[in-house]
Write a protein that binds this ligand. Structure first.
Ligand SMILES: O=C(O)CCC(=O)C(=O)O
Length: 255
């Protein structure tokens, strides 16, 4: 598997903006192999996944699959993918040192029913000190405003952590309380993407995504998270939060 990107400006842009888009990161051949493995994942692996790791807009309707987490624990092809296409090396360049891979996710907004992703900062979920981490978001479809592209606030990673509170969005349980301020609205940009584009954001970069308002267009992406080795995780707080959240989602009939 090979990738097409070499750009010396990428680390500088990432440091300044907290978001960088690597267009056509995956070559066609790799993308085709990935597409067939995504089909296999959904067909064969998803039915074996725990309800805590596979979320649906409507759990009684398997066609409304919206999110998968910890995919690497269920499937070695996806577990090995980030290393094969050089994501860890890239993360090390951008975070300036060794990193720890934190898993592979799938984001899917089913046509017509895929809901918006609330504005948030990934670092709020990660509970790191210092908050040095990033997420890579690999588009699998043509994704634009109609089917739910991601919106970012460039430079927001330099302004610290905002207050978050509980949302009712499955898979994105926390949202920024006062979003958008006038300043957020002025600064935010949408980043449409094509299959194989890799969007990388810092864990403090504010971002959100729209609903999939289309009648039939798929909106799928893979997510890969890396923590800097310098970042310490508050493991107890994170585990307690995950446990409480799973209990709340179960009580609400969401999973
Ligand atoms: O795909 C989405 O809707 C949001 C993805 C996201 O928030 C993330 O990758 O951190």
């Amino acid at each position: 598997m090979t990738t097409t990107h070499s750009d010396d400006d990428v680390p500088r842009e990432f440091a300044e903006q907290g978001i960088v888009a690597l267009r056509r990161f995956l070559v066609e051949e790799t993308l085709a192999e990935l597409a067939s493995n995504v089909e296999r994942l959904i067909q064969d692996v998803v039915p074996t996944m725990s309800a805590d790791d596979a979320f649906y807009e409507d759990k009684s309707d398997r066609t409304t699959l919206k999110q998968l987490q910890r995919i690497e624990q269920y499937d070695s092809w996806f577990g090995d993918l980030p290393e094969r296409v050089g994501l860890r090396r890239l993360a090390e360049t951008l975070l300036g040192g060794p990193v720890i891979p934190k898993g592979v996710e799938f984001f899917c907004k089913p046509p017509g029913v895929g809901r918006p992703t609330p504005a948030h900062q990934d670092g709020y979920y990660f509970r790191l000190d210092p908050c040095e981490a990033l997420t890579m978001w690999l588009a699998l479809d043509e994704i634009d405003d109609e089917n739910g592209c991601v919106w970012y606030v460039p430079g927001s990673h330099r302004d610290g952590m905002r207050n978050h509170s509980r949302t009712q969005t499955l898979g994105f349980s926390q949202g920024i309380v006062d979003y958008p301020t006038d300043e957020d609205a002025r600064r935010e940009v949408s980043v449409p993407a094509s299959p194989g584009d890799l969007l990388i954001h810092h864990a403090l970069t504010i971002h959100r995504a729209g609903a999939n308002r289309s009648a039939s267009r798929l909106r799928r992406a893979l997510g890969f998270v890396y923590f800097s080795e310098r970042a310490r995780v508050d493991e107890a707080a994170q585990a307690a939060y995950q446990k409480k959240l799973a209990a709340e989602m179960r009580a609400a009939g969401q999973i």
